[in-house]
Structures are given as structure tokens and as C-alpha cells.
Design a protein around this ligand. Structure first.
Ligand code: HEM
Length: 155
């Protein structure tokens, strides 16, 4: 399995440092992009299904966005340091069952990936680069694979 080189790890860390100061906006943007790419995803999220608009400052919406950003960033750091992604067993089991119970299937992970990469690109503006994009993509793929494997194991 390929990890991330030091530069790629640094690029993800550097972009998270910028992004974390703008969580309310970026969370909203992330979910707007998810629904643009896959409108049907709306009915899956408890905080979206009964509303016509994406709610601003909704704690659950923010929590999911931040989890995806932050865990992808942690995954990048681990891929840089150890060459693999390690999520505590209990956390991975929990993540697997939460997603299974909410009707998430493998192709949804591609939608979230696309939305994540576009959010990073918009957030970083001129500081964005192909290499930065590739590093986030790699880190996300490893994390998503770990969650999907757990979902398959449980299904
Ligand atoms: C819930 C993380 C990808 C849909 C959650 C929760 C976490 C999480 C931690 C539990 C939130 C809580 O109850 O505190 C992640 C990570 C992902 C990922 C790290 C990718 C690496 C996805 C994808 C989908 C999805 C691809 C499908 C569109 C959901 C839904 C819930 C959930 C529907 C329940 C939210 C609710 O209504 O409260 N996710 N997720 N997630 N996730 Fe994800």
C-alpha cells in the first residue's frame, strides 16, 4: 500500500489549518455540493430530509462535515507517518454500523469525495494545487475503504 510523502502530508495539514477557521461556511458548502452531485442524498440525512433549504449552523450538519474533513486529515498524517490508516477498532465498527443503518452504499463515498475535493479547492483558492488535491484524494480513499470494509463485514 502506498502512503503519502512528507510534502503531501504537509499539504493536507496546511490546508486543514486554513479550513478549520471557516467551519460554518465550509460545512454548508460541502453539503450543498453533496446535494448538487447527488440530490437523492437529502433523504438520508436526518437534518436535511424535512427541509427545503440546507440549514445554517445546524450542529449535526457541522459535525458530519467536520468529521469527514478531520478524519481525512488524520488519515493523511497516518499515511505520511506509518504508510497506513489506523482507526481504532471500536470507532471503525461504529462508523460501519452508523452508515449501514442510514442506508449508505459504496457509490455514495465517491459523491462525498468529489464534494470534499471541491470544498478544499474553493477553500484554498490560489494555494490549491494538483498535488494537494491528490494528497486529499489518497487520504480520503484509504479512510473510505476502511469504513466500507467494515460495512461489508457487518452486512
Ligand atoms: C453519520 C463520518 C461518509 C452519510 C456519520 C457519523 C460520522 C460520520 C462520525 C456519526 C455522526 C454522529 O452521530 O455523531 C463519516 C466519514 C466519512 C463519511 C469520516 C468518509 C470518510 C459518509 C458518506 C455518506 C454518509 C459517503 C453518504 C452520503 C452519513 C449519514 C449519517 C452519517 C446519513 C447519519 C447522520 C444523521 O442524520 O445524523 N458519518 N461519514 N457519510 N453519515 Fe457519514
Amino acid at each position: 500500500m502506498v502512503g503519502l510523502n512528507e510534502k503531501e502530508e504537509a499539504l493536507v495539514k496546511e490546508s486543514w489549518e486554513v479550513m478549520k477557521h471557516n467551519i460554518p461556511h465550509l460545512s454548508l458548502r460541502f453539503f450543498t455540493l453533496i446535494l448538487e452531485i447527488a440530490p437523492a442524498a437529502k433523504k438520508m440525512f436526518s437534518f436535511l430530509k424535512d427541509t427545503d433549504e440546507i440549514p445554517q449552523n445546524n450542529p449535526k450538519l457541522k459535525a458530519h462535515a467536520v468529521k469527514v474533513f478531520k478524519m481525512t486529515c488524520e488519515s493523511a498524517i497516518q499515511l505520511g507517518e506509518k504508510g497506513e490508516v489506523v482507526v481504532a477498532d471500536t470507532t471503525l465498527k461504529w462508523l460501519g454500523s452508523v452508515h449501514l443503518q442510514n442506508g449508505v452504499i459504496d457509490p455514495h463515498f465517491e459523491v462525498v469525495k468529489e464534494a470534499l475535493l471541491r470544498t478544499v479547492k474553493e477553500a484554498m483558492g490560489e494555494k490549491w494545487s494538483d498535488e494537494m488535491n491528490g494528497a486529499w484524494a489518497e487520504a480520503y480513499d484509504h479512510l473510505a475503504t476502511a469504513i466500507k470494509n467494515e460495512m461489508h463485514a457487518e452486512a
